[in-house]
Ligand binder design. Structure first.
Ligand code: ADP
Length: 556
């Protein structure tokens, strides 16, 4: 068994080929043996019949000759001696030629005698001088061979009182049987070899076809193991193989898809964390550097000048305030991102949260000469939400709107009920956002080019927090903006975040896909021409659905 295993080829394709060929060879062998066996039987029977016919002819002829030569005398006389005239006639060369060479094509043994009946048994008693052997002397015809077989028959003749019996045996005839069998065997061998050759080719092709999907699977899994996560089993192979292999390949592809997805997700997570850390350290370094400078100046010359001291201390206080604000926002965002924040969902009136959030900025707005207009519906807007968090969203949006709106401008805050939820709009008449920047404004630490013009510095975290909170509510936040015509931020919230499929999971996935989302936004916004940017405000939209972001540049 072990030796057989050593001889057998190792690949499945080769083994299948060998198995197919072996089965076909076995079948061919069996069929050949059966055919040859049947053929041999048939020829033997044919030969017997043929020999019997020849024997009848010989007997008829011998009958005539014996009667003619005896001419009324007994053929075998009372003491058992055969009439010499009869024997002499049979020894004639012409007669031998006729009977042995031409009629029977075999050795013919003629024996005269009498039949003795003893009770039930009848016995042929040959005459001592009554045996004549007529040997066949003619050479065999082409393809004829001698057959070691014989047929014997008797015939009786003579009148009553002169009865005699002749035994006629035809032996070792020449026939075509052996040649015919040899020819058929040769033919079968040739056909067998041809069929075997075809079988080898067909089996190899079939085995290759059967094993192709397995090879593809093997290639794909090797590539996957070596780190090529994009590798899949080609669709054509999925169809060509057997259904089980097809199903296996489909499962393999699905597994590879999931693997690629999760590796991609963790890669993006890693990249994001790295970027985040870099951004955080950058953001921290600016106020820290300023503080260090003020501190140094105060310790040196400026410490004695009360005016300069007061100015540096005031600047230091504002930098410390900024640091504190940054730390709070970072903490908030990281809690939101990590899923540590659980929403306290209540079916409250949305108007209350929006109103108090907008009022937070009243003092700032007054200082800047900007009007805040509240447009709330008369009827309560009841949806299930986390009021402090939604308040945070509105506060961030209104804060930005006030910050980016010049003196004399207005910020309009409205709430409306829609069939599938509620909608909050924060519209301003401020500086607007450049079309190229629009796709990025929800990214962390992103600050537009006009942000510096606005008084009061920001950190670029406000809108990232807005997006995270809206995502957690299963809602979407969109923005339309045109340069110098103002911006409108729209938040759409569902009636009940718990009914939005995959809300908590989607939240993370969506945050993770922020980078990808921005790319898509850029792609969507990019084609807008400069001329049309002024005429058509740009819209960017972010949602928490699994197919993350639908970003459009739309008409006003
Ligand atoms: P920041 O702290 O800089 O305001 P945000 O995340 O709140 O950070 O906003 C990101 C950027 O989006 C801002 O720097 C600004 O360029 C742009 N932006 C946000 N809101 C408005 C607005 N109402 N009008 C114009 N630009 C805005």
């Amino acid at each position: 068994m072990r030796r057989l295993r050593k001889i057998l080829p190792r690949t499945l394709q080769a083994r299948l080929t060998v198995a197919f060929v072996a089965v076909i060879a076995l079948l061919l062998g069996l069929v050949s043996v059966l055919v040859l066996n049947r053929l041999d039987d048939y020829f033997s029977r044919q030969q017997e019949t043929d020999l019997g016919e020849r024997q009848k002819t010989v007997i008829a002829l011998l009958h005539q000759i014996t009667d003619r030569e005896a001419a009324g005398q007994p053929v075998v006389d009372a003491d058992g001696t055969t009439n010499p005239r009869v024997i002499a006639a049979l020894n004639d060369e012409d007669l031998r030629n006729l009977i042995a060479d031409r009629l029977s094509q075999a050795d013919v043994l003629v024996a005269y005698g009498v039949t003795v009946t003893n009770g039930e048994q009848t016995r042929f008693v040959p005459s001592p001088n009554g045996q004549v052997l007529l040997k066949r002397l003619a050479p065999p015809a082409r393809g004829q061979t001698r057959e070691p077989t014989a047929v014997t028959d008797f015939f009786a003749g003579g009148q009553v009182g002169q009865r005699y019996t002749v035994q006629v045996t035809l032996a070792d005839p020449y026939t075509y049987r052996a040649t015919a069998i040899a020819n058929v065997t040769g033919l079968l061998l040739a056909i067998g070899l041809f069929v075997l050759g075809v079988a080898v080719v067909v089996s190899a092709a079939l085995a290759r076809r059967f094993t192709n999907p397995i090879r593809q699977l093997e290639d794909a899994s090797r590539a996957l193991a070596e780190g090529d996560l994009t590798r899949r089993v080609p669709a054509a192979q999925l169809r060509s193989g057997s259904s089980e292999l097809g199903a296996l390949a489909v499962q393999f592809n699905a597994m590879a898809d999931r693997l690629e997805e999760s590796v991609e997700l963790s890669r993006r997570d890693r990249d994001r964390s790295r970027d985040f850390l870099a951004d955080v350290s950058h953001e921290l370094r600016t106020p820290l550097a300023a503080l260090r400078t003020f501190n140094q100046l105060l310790m040196e010359s400026a410490g004695d000048d009360p005016e300069a001291r007061a100015e540096f201390l005031e600047s230091s206080a504002s930098q410390i305030e900024r640091l504190d604000w940054l730390a709070q926002n970072l903490l908030e965002l990281s809690k939101l991102d990590s899923g540590l924040v659980l929403l306290d969902l209540r079916p409250d009136d949305l108007r209350a949260a929006v109103e108090s959030a907008a009022q937070q900025h009243d003092a700032l707005a007054k200082r800047r000469g900007v009007r805040i207009e509240l447009d709330l519906p008369d009827a309560p807007t009841r949806i299930r939400h986390d009021p402090p968090r939604i308040g945070q969203v509105v506060a961030n949006l209104v804060g930005n709107a006030v910050k980016f709106t010049p003196k004399g401008g207005a910020v309009h805050v409205s709430v409306a009920m829609e069939p599938d939820g509620a909608r909050i709009d924060v519209t301003d008449t401020g500086v607007g956002i450049d079309a190229a920047e629009l796709p990025h404004i929800f990214e962390r630490f992103y600050r537009g080019s006009r942000a510096n013009e606005a008084r009061g510095a920001g950190s670029g975290l406000g809108l990232a927090i807005v997006r995270s909170i809206v995502d957690m509510h299963g809602g979407i936040v969109t923005v339309e903006s045109g340069l110098d015509t103002g911006s409108r931020f729209t938040v759409r919230l569902p009636l009940d975040p718990r009914l939005v499929a995959g809300t908590p999971a989607a939240q993370r996935a969506d945050v993770a896909s922020a980078a990808e989302g921005s790319e898509r936004i850029a792609a969507a916004v990019a084609p807008t021409s400069d001329a049309s940017q002024d005429a058509q405000p740009n819209v960017t939209e972010t949602s928490s659905s699994d197919s993350p972001q639908v970003n459009t540049a739309s008409a006003p």
